[in-house]
Every structure is written in C-alpha cells, then in structure tokens.
Design a protein around this ligand. Structure first.
Ligand SMILES: Nc1ncnc2c1ncn2[C@@H]1O[C@H](COP(=O)(O)OP(=O)(O)OP(=O)(O)O)[C@@H](O)[C@H]1O
Ligand SMILES: [Mg+2]
Length: 252
C-alpha cells in the first residue's frame, strides 16, 4: 500500500547568521497511511515542527525525499491542512469568516462558503459564536475554530502542531475527545505533534518517538487500545511508563 505521506532519509540543516550549520533532522524515515492517527512525540527541539512544516510544504528539506501519495511535495497544498499551536485566526475577521477563508480563496460563492463554514462550526460546537471576533473567544474555542477552518478546506490530512499545548488540563482533555469524534466522523488522516505522553497514547494509532540533536526517529509504537479510550483501561498505565522510559533514554 502506498503511504499517504512518506519522508525518506530526510535531512534538514539550518544555517546560523554566522554561517554555522545546525542539523535539525537527520535520516528521518517516516510513513503515514490513509486514515491513520499518528502522534509525533519527542523532546523540545527534536525537530517535530520542522518535520511537519516540511511535509506541509512550508519549509524545504536539505536532502531526502518527501512524498505525498507517491509524488514529491513541492509546496503547500489544500490536501495538507495545518493547525498551529498559536491561535492563528485572523483577528479582524469574524469566526465564520475565518472558517470560510480557504473556500473563499478557492473561489467558492459567498452563500455556499458561509453555509459550509456554519456546518463546520456546528461540528465543533461553535455555531453560536459565528459572528464573534477571535479575541472574544477563549483559547479552547479559538482552537476549535482553527480546527473547523482546517476542516472546511477539506484536506486529506490534518497536520497539527501541538494544537492543545496552551490550554488548561480540563479543556485539553475535552478537545482531545472532540478531535477524536471529528476524526471518526470525517475519517481524515491526522499527524499530531505533542510533548505529552498521555495525549499521544490517548489519541494515536501509532506513536513515533523522536530524539534530538539531530532529530531522528527512535521508535514507532502501535497503540492497541480500543476507542473510545479510557485512561484507566488495562495497559494504559504500563504503556505510559514504557514511553516515559523511552523518552528518558533519548538524546535531548
Ligand atoms: N528557522 C530556523 N532557523 C534556525 N534553526 C531552526 C529554525 N527552525 C528550527 N530550528 C532549530 O531546529 C531544531 C528543531 O526545531 P523544531 O522547532 O522543529 O523543534 P520541535 O521539536 O518542534 O520543538 P518544540 O517541541 O519546542 O516545539 C531546534 O534546535 C531549532 O533551534
Ligand atoms: Mg515545535
């Protein structure tokens, strides 16, 4: 089966202002299959965002290959939707106008894109806030709107860079649950970057653990638990311990 996304022997060097070369990713082999929920887990600075940005086409690899459905990635594309950690809504646009942005750029008629945006806002429970401006929303609501905006573009894969990192623990757990419901309904492929072992085990079909300096894949772990998952299910605690041990041993 051809993977939906694949990076092979991926390397990314950054050059400092003084001309020193810093290797952020080295030899990263990574496959993501259609409809999978994959979490990318690793210490700060190990290159998770860099990998995601390369796959999104926002950054160019130094060497190696980046394939989407078997073809080289040459830049951003509608089929790869990105959700960032920081709230990336346009502050001067209402929530519904933010969600309708992608369809608008692609030339959809006003009434159609509004209807579509309202539909996605309903899916994330924000229809009552359609006319609000982003600053009137809480952090969790803004991330819900960002997810709705990404979904309204109808991507094949959602690339999510620590989207819940700035939220309080309660809202975070709530949004994890909602994201899984949306994923199950829409059956998108998701690549989700996180620092949190608990979040990765709760969400993922597969966890890719990375180490830093340079960023490499250390291990890929299949998560066997049925959904909906409970953190108290048999094996959840043992897996948490195992992943923590793995992270303790990785290069930071
Ligand atoms: N534009 C850039 N210029 C120079 N160095 C960069 C640039 N972007 C990232 N780096 C470096 O590459 C490494 C990987 O960064 P990246 O942001 O991908 O890490 P990360 O795993 O996402 O970390 P975090 O979990 O803290 O978000 C870091 O050491 C960082 O300093
Ligand atoms: Mg990052």
């Amino acid at each position: 089966m051809t993977p939906l996304l694949e990076t092979s022997n991926l390397r990314k060097d950054f050059k400092s202002d003084h001309g020193e070369v810093f290797c952020a990713l080295d030899g990263v082999d990574f496959k993501v299959f259609d409809k999978e929920f994959v979490c990318l887990l690793g210490p700060s600075g190990c290159g998770k965002s860099t990998w995601l940005r390369i796959v999104a086409g926002l950054e160019v690899a130094t060497s190696g290959s980046v394939l989407y459905k078997g073809s080289p990635v040459k830049g951003p594309g509608r089929e790869r939707g990105m959700v960032f950690q920081e709230y990336s809504l346009l502050p001067w646009r209402s929530v519904v106008e933010n969600v309708a942005l992608g369809p608008e750029v692609h030339g959809m008629r006003f009434e159609d894109r509004r209807e579509l945006a309202m539909d996605y806002l309903a899916r994330v429970g924000l229809e009552k806030f359609a006319e609000a401006k982003p600053h009137e929303l809480s952090g969790g609501m803004r991330q819900r709107a960002a997810i709705a905006r990404a979904l309204a573009n109808d991507p094949d894969v959602l690339l999510m860079d620590e989207p819940f990192g700035a939220l309080d623990a309660h809202t975070r757990v709530l949004l994890q649950k909602e994201l899984l419901q949306i994923w199950e309904k829409n059956r998108k492929t998701v690549v989700f970057v996180t620092h949190s072992v608990d979040e990765a085990i709760y969400l993922a079909d597969r966890i890719v653990v990375m180490s830093a300096h340079p960023g490499r894949v250390v291990e890929t772990i299949d998560v066997p638990f049925d959904r909906p998952r409970s953190r108290s299910c048999k094996g959840f605690g043992e897996m948490t311990e195992r992943v923590f041990e793995l992270l303790e041993g990785v290069q930071v």
